[in-house]
Design a protein around this ligand. Structure first.
Ligand SMILES: *[C@@H]1O[C@H](CO)[C@@H](O)[C@H](O)[C@H]1NC(C)=O
Ligand SMILES: *[C@@H]1O[C@H](CO)[C@@H](O)[C@H](O)[C@H]1NC(C)=O
Ligand SMILES: [Ca+2]
Length: 758
């Protein structure tokens, strides 16, 4: 009945899902028999002198006091086996007989499972105020880590001025396949070192995403187990070709591209992607990531001081990018921040000199706490999205945006323009939907079912030229392509394609009001924009109508807010609605997996209700995927599709009563070979995303089924894990009772023995 054979059996049974089971196996083993080690705790009243005397007399080594100034001493005996299944009767007897010994106990191995809310030990982590729970409303990243999500298996590339790939806090996560140098056309993205360190930007952004954790250096990245690459493309002449090549580097390998650049933030430029770059975005979202779509995360812009507006920047303004704004620690709009209708979400960054900044890796193997600007916000969001992708690898590029909308909260962010849109969400031109919450994002991601294929409905609002008046409103009653296969019930992005001439472009404020009454400013006045060029087929974009029903009266507003004698002509205006025929607000609002939490012990070993439930690591997830359940009724919802089917396939044991000592002793003789829970966790090959040529409907059908199977399996495994955890806890408790019993037996036996021996 030694521990070896049973342990072996456990390994055989448990290998499929090591991460899940490792702590449980340990817990189980401790439930069997106490293992005695070669040290004793001894209480003597007369302090160290008495302990020394005891040690000399019986051959112990005195390892000193357990508590300072206390009576408890730690003694070790070199002549005793390091681990033994029985206590050492001889030494116990001698201590028992010594009149100066008030109490003693031979120590046993206490197997303790580490609790999940581990805070990284990196020396600069305490300075990472935006993610270390130091403030009540931070990015909630510790909570996602507590669920075991750290970006494992996700690949991110920073498109910037290079990456110091041998940096001590980056090298282990560095991914050469996600890296390239398009400035020198070679595979090495190492930055070019200059006296002013101007090429430190990419390295700083990379550390925010994936700086290594618990390595005793610098801080920790948001997704510290993700793979990180860098594309060097900003340190030289930038062309459409270079941008397009950078954005389409390895689209089957890289999941997320993070970019913190764009046209000059000078408050007067209206510029966007060229033909090739536009094509790169389009190709990325349709073919990248096996057809799920590449994720492009973009910084909104640093033109705040020049009253720039990021809707005049065709990169952040693209429906294919997730545009990220910034907030200071105090929850204010930073001085550099640009507002616009295309911002989707916000993370923290620097503010005034008195505000703390972002901690990250720096050139020359250094660490900095002075990373700033909107450039610092986008990588934080990219890291958080990596956590969501780890939680659910089947998210499409649009699913991700849906989730970001739902996981962003106004929190304590201050702005003059917060307003409630037609589906009841708070939205602002400074922050989009607000501060991104990593824990909420991953919770929602886990149970999210793929959205239907994107529909696009174009509505001509103005065909014949109209003179632009001082303040005018152009209305259009829209059916949202009702009655056709392009009909849209729930909006995602809304674009307005405009051609107009105007004497001073920056004086014209343009707004769009939806049938549900949401007014979004497509461009605010830009005092420095004195151009007389107007807009030529410029695409404005707004995220503020997300999930609204587009049917009804839309209104384009044009308002001269500058020079009274400005004149102009509105040549053309097309409203482009994107979305699906599904009523997205009819989906369940809350994550469905917050149910039964397992019992857990706190640091003191007390049993208590667990707060964070740990979900699947990639290993566990892939184990689960192939055993997935394909509901014959797409649309019936995750919970419904899962429930009945699961129970037929896998008979989960009902929550067991705490086992009796006899049952535990039975367990000692060998774990059951057939455990219904583990049968459910049979290993399979992970699915490999593949390029495909299927039509969008078929592709969506596939994503939907995969996603639904994923959600169902995830839920099933969560239930199984909760039950296992409960069982483990029961066994731990019973084991401790057993240890106590054995202790009492030992103590009780000693006086008897003492009369007959020695
Ligand atoms: C828009 O058109 C629909 C259908 O023709 C009509 O029922 C509705 O009253 C119109 N709305 C407005 C505000 O004109
Ligand atoms: C706009 O302003 C800039 C700088 O103030 C000036 O150089 C330029 O000539 C102006 N352009 C027009 C069209 O007025
Ligand atoms: Ca570190």
């Amino acid at each position: 009945m030694g521990p070896a054979p049973t342990k072996l059996l456990w390994i055989l049974v448990l290998t499929p899902s090591l991460i899940l089971v490792r702590p449980l196996a340990v817990g189980w083993r401790s439930a069997r028999v106490p293992i005695y080690v070669s040290s004793w705790a001894v209480r003597v009243t007369q302090g160290n002198r008495e302990a020394e005397r005891l040690a000399r007399k019986f051959g112990f080594v005195n390892l000193g006091q357990v508590f300072p100034d206390g009576q408890y001493f730690h003694l070790r005996h070199r002549g005793v086996a390091q681990q033994s299944l029985s206590p050492h009767w001889g030494h116990c007897l001698r201590l028992k007989k010594d009149p100066k010994v008030r109490w003693f106990e031979q120590q046993t191995v206490r197997r303790r499972v580490k609790r999940s809310l581990e805070v990284p030990t990196d020396p600069w982590f305490p300075r990472q105020w935006y993610m270390n729970n130091e403030m009540p409303l931070d990015l909630n990243i510790l909570q996602s880590w507590a669920q075991g999500l750290t970006g494992r298996g996700v690949v991110i590339s920073i498109l910037d001025d290079g990456i110091e790939k041998d940096h001590p806090d980056l090298w282990a996560n560095y991914d050469p396949l996600a890296s390239y140098d398009f400035n020198d056309y070679d595979p090495d993205p190492q930055p070019r070192y200059t006296p002013s360190n101007k090429n430190r930007h990419g390295t700083r952004c990379a550390g925010e995403v994936a700086a290594m954790a618990n390595n005793g250096f610098c801080g920790a990245g948001v997704a510290f187990n993700a793979r990180i690459g860098g594309v060097r493309m900003l340190d030289g002449t930038i062309t459409d070709v270079i941008e397009a090549q950078s954005l389409s580097l390895q689209p089957q390998h890289i999941h997320i591209y993070s970019a913190s650049w764009g046209p000059e933030d000078d408050g007067r430029t209206v510029d966007g992607p060229g033909i090739l770059t536009h094509e790169a975005f389009l190709h990325g979202v349709t073919h990248g990531r096996g057809g799920l779509g590449t994720l492009f995360v973009w910084a909104s812009g640093n033109g705040g001081l020049r009253y720039d507006n990021c809707n005049c920047d065709g990169y952040t303004n693209s429906i294919h990018t997730i545009s990220v704004g910034s907030a200071t620690r105090q929850g204010r709009v930073p001085w550099y921040s640009e507002a616009c209708a295309s911002i989707l979400t916000t993370t923290f960054s620097s503010g005034l000199a008195t505000d703390p900044q972002i901690v990250t890796t720096d050139l020359y193997h250094q660490c900095t706490d002075e990373h700033t600007g909107t450039s610092a916000s986008a990588p934080l969001a990219a890291g958080m999205i990596a956590l969501a992708l780890e939680a659910n690898p089947f998210l499409t590029w649009r699913d991700t945006q849906h989730l970001v909308v739902r996981a962003s909260k106004p929190a304590h962010l201050q702005a003059e323009d917060w307003s409630t849109n037609g589906v009841g969400r708070q939205v602002s031109h400074h922050y989009g939907y607000g501060l991104l919450d990593a824990a909420l994002l991953v919770d929602l991601a886990r149970t999210w079912l793929s959205t239907q294929p994107q529909r696009k409905c174009a509505v001509e609002v103005v065909l014949a030229p109209l003179p632009i008046l001082l303040r005018m409103r152009v209305e259009k009653n829209v059916s949202a392509c009702g009655g056709s296969h392009r009909y849209i019930r729930s909006l995602e992005h809304v674009q307005v394609q405009l051609s107009l001439s105007y004497s001073r472009r920056g004086d014209l404020e343009i707004s769009l009001t939806s049938p549900m009454g949401t007014r979004s400013t497509l461009v605010a006045i830009r005092p420095l924009d004195n151009s007389s060029q107007g807009y030529h087929n410029w695409m404005f974009m707004s995220t503020h109508f997300w999930d609204e029903n587009p049917q009804g009266l839309w209104a384009l507003g044009l308002w001269n807010k500058g020079y009274y004698f400005n004149t102009g002509t509105l040549h053309r205006c097309t409203l482009l609605l994107y979305g699906t025929a599904e009523d997205m607000m009819a989906r369940p609002l809350v994550p469905q997996v917050t149910g039964s939490a397992g019992m857990r012990r706190d640091i003191k070993g007390l049993c208590q209700e667990g707060k964070a439930t740990r979900y699947l690591s990639p290993e566990e997830r892939f184990v689960g995927l192939q055993g997935g359940i394909h509901s014959p009724h797409p649309g019936s919802g995750a919970a419904a599709g899962m429930g009945s089917k699961t129970k037929k396939r896998v008979v989960l044991p009902t929550r067991p009563a705490p086992p009796t000592v006899e049952q535990i002793l039975e367990d000692v003789r060998g774990a059951p070979a057939e455990d219904p829970v583990f049968t459910a966790l049979a290993p399979e090959e992970p699915p490999v995303p593949h390029r495909n040529t299927e039509d969008p409907e078929a592709q969506w059908e596939r994503f939907f089924l995969q996603g639904q199977a994923y959600v169902a399996t995830n839920e099933r495994l969560r239930q199984a894990r909760d039950q296992l955890r409960q069982r483990c806890e029961d066994l731990c408790r019973a084991s401790e009772e057993l240890e106590r019993d054995v202790g009492q037996v030992t103590q009780a036996a000693l006086p008897v023995t003492s009369t007959t021996s020695d």
